[in-house]
Design a protein around this ligand. Sequence first.
Ligand code: PMV
Length: 325
Amino acid sequence: MKAAAKAHTNIALIKYWGKRDESLILPMNNSLSLTLDGFYTTTSVEFRDNLTADRFYLNDRLIEGVEYDRVTAFLDRIRTMAGKSDAFAEIHSTNYVPTAAGFASSASGFAALAAAAAKAIGLTVSEQKLSILTRQGSGSACRSIYGGFVEWEKGIKADGSDSYAVPIAPADHWDIRVAAVVLSSAEKKILSREGMKRTVHTSAFYPAWVDSIPDDLAALKDGIMKKDFEKVGGIAEANCLRMHATTLAANPPFSYWQSTTLLIIQAVQGLRESGITVFFTIDAGPNVKVLYLPEHEETVRNELLNITGVHDVKVSKPGQGVSYI
Ligand code: PMV
């Protein structure tokens, strides 16, 4: 009754922004991401007879409170699926995701937890079912089941049975790079959950965001298939800016950016003006991820490290999907 799994985080090139169902975590729009090899989580789950409650260790520390509640609520879904309501587990998770890099460790965390817990309790699930299960722990995590370029289909059913990730192209399809630019200061953040909710309910720009997705998706997939970096990077950057524009039109308005965020955006634009094809994308936080081709690695890294307020630059290649260890 013990299993362990490893999952990588992912970066959305077309963002998931807004839920149509808060409890089942069903999105308003399809999204498309790249799984990254640089950041991952390993998790072991052991169901034991002598336990009367779950025990969750993260980076060797016993966790209580909201983080623990989120994990047990997720295991409740697995217990229900397996018909084993009194099976409790000891969970050990290690994050190789520098939280300072602005990556939500929830993506790799819930993907690894779902895979390990399902196996440990004896459930045989397809990757599609695993993606549906993972989605209910953290939305963006459902894309981390697969490696490479992955689309999350929003689905239309009320029960969420058609809302899951689908692989678009494997990690070895195309060697593009993602540099996570780590800022030296991080302000108190509006969680993506709250940010999305406020935007969906109050932003005048939200309907325009949803309307823009189908065209972005079709063009992005075409660009990925043809390995057209200008097209892929251009769409990812524009899509990110459109997502962030919805927050400015929310009530009350908000923005995830800090002054350093804008400095990095300007540096990327400057590199582009000098002929280097490089693009940025930003999630629900101030950190920036920079997309570029391997031949520009040194130039891009040096340029980013020169910006005042930039603490570190962590580079990733396309990564693999979930695996058992
Ligand atoms: O699943 P969450 O709550 O980590 O939401 C992630 C939302 C964004 O990172 C902003 C976009 C995305 O698709 O990953």
